[in-house]
Design a binder for this molecule. Structure first.
Ligand SMILES: [Zn+2]
Ligand SMILES: [Zn+2]
Length: 245
């Protein structure tokens, strides 16, 4: 059986700071956005996806300005999205006459206005969020499958641990009791170490310890934010949105 790429991705990412799965899905989303901006903006299927999603979610949309030289691509894609929104408004039954849109809406019923508001909802999730979820499922599955493999186990043990969400995701995938225990015991070790550091950090702020030098616990509060909510800038705000599907 061939060992999947994701196995090596995980093993190679564990030594970096933070949750390995967060770091990997962030990398994959970056690659996707890069690919879309530089190679796909004029492709009809890409434009269709963006139109259906009404553009990217807040989180992922605001990552676009980081792609230097991608400005034109953003303009082309978003022109399609705005055109979609305008088309929905124009074609809405809430447009009974040829007067200006503001006048037409003003004369419409509550039901028609609500219908139009609903039609403007995205019919597809943010494509970056969708990719993220797909990749996340894969990493969780692979980590669960290979947790007892030495490189996976050791890598995880020597890492910063998973964020809460990804720990839950991997835990749900493991079917073997002993392997489940292994995952939980390693993650508990990571959480306990972080809790100790927070304890030290808090104690250092006691006036009796003010002259003591801080060590690794200096950024423990930041790592606690990441370990519970996920690494910075990973999750989109319309993540997993399956409305109207
Ligand atoms: Zn994570
Ligand atoms: Zn998103």
């Amino acid at each position: 059986m061939v060992t999947p790429h994701s196995f090596f991705d995980l093993v190679e990412t564990f030594p970096s700071s933070g949750c390995a799965i967060c770091n990997l899905v962030k990398r994959d989303v970056n690659r996707y956005l890069n690919f879309v901006l530089y190679e796909r903006v004029t492709k009809p299927d890409t434009q269709e996806t963006f139109r259906a999603a009404r553009g990217l979610c807040d989180q992922h949309g605001w990552q676009l300005p980081d792609y230097k030289g991608g400005v034109l691509g953003v303009a082309i894609l978003y022109r399609a999205c705005i055109a979609e929104v305008l088309q929905i408004i124009e074609e809405s039954p809430a447009s009974p006459d040829r007067g200006g849109i503001v006048r037409r809406l003003a004369t419409n019923t509550d039901t028609q206005a609500t219908a139009l508001a609903n039609q403007l909802d995205p019919v597809e999730p943010c494509p970056a969020c969708a990719l993220l979820q797909e990749r996340e499922d894969e990493y969780q599955e692979i980590m669960a499958k290979y947790i007892a493999e030495t490189r996976m186990e050791e890598g995880f043990r020597n890492s910063d641990g998973l964020c809460l969400r990804h720990f839950q995701g991997v835990l749900r995938q493991i079917k073997d009791g002993r392997e489940r225990e292994l995952l939980v015991s390693i993650q508990v070790g990571h959480f306990e170490a972080l809790k100790d550091e927070l304890e030290q950090f808090i104690n250092q702020h006691d006036y009796r310890h003010l002259d003591e030098e801080m060590a690794g616990e200096r950024d423990s509060w930041l790592r606690a934010i990441a370990r519970l909510g996920g690494e910075k800038g990973v999750f989109g705000l319309r993540r997993g949105d399956r409305r109207r599907k």
